[in-house]
Design a protein around this ligand. Structure first.
Ligand code: GAR
Length: 215
């Protein structure tokens, strides 16, 4: 069974969805550890309660990004993971770190990339007046919130939506697509070809989830 290490910075609801999927026998991976860059991340308690090794490495105690990333990589590599999963890990990663995990570093982002990389995605989607918004799971490249797309989920932006209402509806979708993407990785159904993700033939039209509200 493939081994994963999950990186978080806060609440950890995506991490929790992965733990739940694994417990339900729907995600054939061994969650070897959860690591946070914040000592007070709520998700650390959730992971520990689930019996998963939980560590923190406080980025504030390091002189710079490279030093923190080196310590983080050293901690991750103790577990020899096949995949490193960014689940609300709110740090920009150095190029060296990303290259070290090339093809085995996944992220979830709350927008339909390449639209709205970075922060405040829901507020920016509302400001732009887009009619469709969503989330993306992708392999990580050195460019922030960029890289080969694995799966996306779309929801409609409704009149009267707020940042909070959009965030809540998209989070429901995040909790579906992240376990799905990692299951495909675990089952060797994803390959990277010329910077794009190719899915095994039986999955060809399943990499987009349209919320039932979209008609
Ligand atoms: C999620 O919405 C995730 O997509 C986002 O942070 C939230 C973490 O929530 N990630 C990013 O914005 C990364 N660019 P969680 O801690 O409850 O999983």
């Amino acid at each position: 069974m493939k081994k994963i290490v999950i990186l978080i910075s806060g609440r950890g609801s995506n991490m929790e969805a992965l733990i739940a999927a694994s417990d339900a026998g729907q995600l054939p991976v061994n969650i070897a550890a959860v690591i946070s860059n914040r000592p007070d991340a709520k998700g650390l308690e959730t992971a520990a309660r689930a019996g998963i090794t939980a560590h923190f490495i406080d980025h504030k105690t390091f002189a710079g990004r490279e030093a923190f990333d080196a310590a983080l990589a050293e901690c991750i590599d103790q577990f020899s993971p096949d995949l490193v999963v960014l689940a609300g890990f709110m740090r920009i990663l150095s190029e060296g770190f990303v290259r070290h995990y090339a093809g085995r570093l996944m992220n979830i982002h709350p927008s339909l990339l390449p639209s709205f990389p970075g922060l405040h995605t829901h507020q920016r989607a509302l400001e732009e007046g887009v009619r469709i918004h969503g989330c993306t799971v992708h392999f990580v490249t050195p460019t922030l919130d960029h890289g080969p797309v694995i799966i996306q989920a779309a929801i409609p932006v409704l009149d009267g939506d707020t940042e909070e209402s959009l965030a809540a509806r998209i989070l429901v979708q995040e909790h579906k697509v992240y376990p799905q993407a990692i299951r495909w990785f675990a089952e060797d159904k994803l390959t990277l070809e010329n910077g794009r993700v190719r899915l095994s033939a039986d999955l060809a039209d399943t990499a987009v989830l349209i919320s039932p509200e979209v008609r």
